[in-house]
Design a protein around this ligand. Sequence first.
Ligand code: CA
Length: 293
Amino acid sequence: MGIAAELVLDARAELGEGAIWNSREQVLYWVDITGCKVHAFDPATGADRIIPVGEPVGTIVPRRSGGAMIAVKRGFASLNLDTWEVRIVADPEVHMPDNRFNDGKCDPAGRFWAGTMAMRGERKGKGSLYCLFPDLSVKRMLDGVTTSNGIAWSLDRKTMYYIDTPTLTVWAFDYDESSGSISNRRAAVSAGREMGYPDGMTVDEEGMIWVAYWEGWKVARWDPRNGRLLETVDVPAARVSSCAFGGPKLDTLYITTARGEGGPEDGKSQPHAGGIFMAKPGARGVPAFEFAG
Ligand code: CA
């Protein structure tokens, strides 16, 4: 038995994702990928600001120079949170119209990493992982990815963790902060399909990783040094997609979910699927990195 998560926002998102705490504003940014919307949820007031961005949006990160960066169907983009202007800054897959961007986060040096996946047809190996540098140049870091998802860095900034969902594995890479290069891929956490499909991920102040499990009804805390399962947070929705620590003390785990296929049975068994949930699992997160450009 794990800790029970509780509903904090009955958002009914189609595909809630991309949770990240904005410490400056004390709000939770998140996205509804297929709903084509960015959200900013303020737990203090319960208000959820909604910004339509006009196309599927895989993730959002705060930007040091103001506003935010997003990864949308057409590539990496800047988002003005006041005027809602979306400006594409790099589209590395302009030749692949069936792909879209999915999850991503910034690394300790302020580079924005995000990966892609095919939306239809044979998806295996069609995606890649890209890195947007602060000068807005973009580089492909991995290819042959199927469903590019959670990404996080170790506290000592020497290891990058990465999830390509169908592999059921959290991969670790040696990471060089000065150049952004990654090498020496190996498995850090592997679990059977009964856990669900690993999706989004975050790291806590003890260096442990928290992984959201799609079709798994949970978030699980793992020790990435030895692959041991430490704890689970039970979520009353099957499609658990991402998580992030937030709140003034970074001690609240916020969890995004997606709705089912919309059938009445889905509605009965998980009426709040697509909502934002929270738990206080006794751990604390670390501040999210901003895009340095
Ligand atoms: Ca995801």
